[in-house]
Ligand binder design. Structure first.
Ligand code: CO8
Length: 258
């Protein structure tokens, strides 16, 4: 695997695992880390041998937010001219599924990065929050938008305006996370799900991800239209023929991602 300074990458079969690795700052997201993260994700997105990605941190912190020490002296003109944080959402341009496996703190930009992923699994000690208000700023990478879409106005306002954290259990109840696991089993469980996803036809998985994500952008009739077209198009793949043949012949399918 390629050597990075702020992240680690590994492969387990068709699953790529990216681990945020700035332990001395609780994985606070600085420009160098985000650059490496986006680089690694782009590389795995382009790799035909990768079918799904798991993004995780340490047991103490997924990420405790943007690096406060790095940004504290920024001024408006600098932020604006450099489009500060603009590139951080590149994660959302990755076309393969990403599971965020969140142990410990997912605060501010950490929570926002998790929400840029497709599925969030949490360890039972995880804490989610948007504490920017305590620092004299507001969420800058989806904490007022993706969070509101995920949990609704009441909960999002409560988090964004008080800066309070919620537990994994509360995050589960409010629909922010899909599942909660004991902390020490979290990454293994995320990899297990990622392997299941990666065992399916990659182009079909990519269509499914794109279709679900479009539901946030399109009207219902446009979204249903897109879904139906993708569904129709899926019959143009070898994998649809294989999947339905295998069902009829009562055997396991052998998807070739074509
Ligand atoms: N930035 C820089 N350094 C950090 C950060 C951070 N966000 N979080 C923790 N650290 C550092 C601490 O300064 C400390 O360093 P040192 O040992 O040199 O003093 C080290 O990590 C360990 O942290 P603590 O000693 O504070 O550990 P505790 O266990 O006592 O507390 C907390 C853990 C509660 C998580 C605490 O560290 C904390 O409150 N951190 C800040 C959380 C926060 O406010 N996050 C929001 C940041 S603003 C933001 O994210 C804007 C969003 C921008 C969009 C991002 C797009 C992806």
């Amino acid at each position: 695997a390629k050597e990075y300074e702020n992240i680690k990458t590994e492969r387990d079969g068709r699953v790529a695992i990216v681990t945020l690795n700035r332990p001395k700052a609780l994985n606070a997201l600085n420009a160098a880390l985000m650059k490496e993260l986006n680089e690694a994700l782009r590389e795995f997105d382009a790799d035909n041998e990768v079918g799904a990605i798991v993004l995780t941190g340490s047991e103490k912190a997924f990420a405790a937010g943007a690096d406060i020490k790095e940004m504290k002296d920024n001024n408006f003109v600098q932020n604006f001219k450099n489009n500060f944080l603009g590139g951080w959402a590149d994660i959302t341009t990755i076309r393969k599924p990403i599971i965020a496996a969140v142990n410990g703190f997912a605060l501010g930009g950490g929570c926002e990065v998790a929400m840029m992923c497709d599925i969030i699994y949490a360890g039972d000690k995880a804490k989610f929050g948007q504490p920017e208000i305590k620092l004299g700023t507001i969420p800058g990478a989806g904490g007022t938008q993706r969070l509101t879409q995920a949990v609704g106005k009441a909960k999002a306002m409560d988090l964004v305006l008080t800066g309070n954290m919620i537990s994994a259990e509360e995050a589960l109840q409010s629909g922010l996370v899909a599942k909660v696991f004991p902390a020490d089993q979290l990454v293994a469980e995320a990899v297990k799900s990622a392997k299941t996803i990666a065992s399916y036809s990659l182009p079909i998985v990519m269509m499914a991800k794109e279709a679900v994500n479009k539901s946030f952008e399109l009207t219902l009739s446009e979204g249903l239209h897109l879904e139906r077209r993708f569904f129709q198009a899926s019959f143009g793949t070898k994998d649809q023929k294989e999947g339905m043949a295998a069902f009829s012949e009562k055997r396991a399918p052998n998807f070739t991602h074509e």
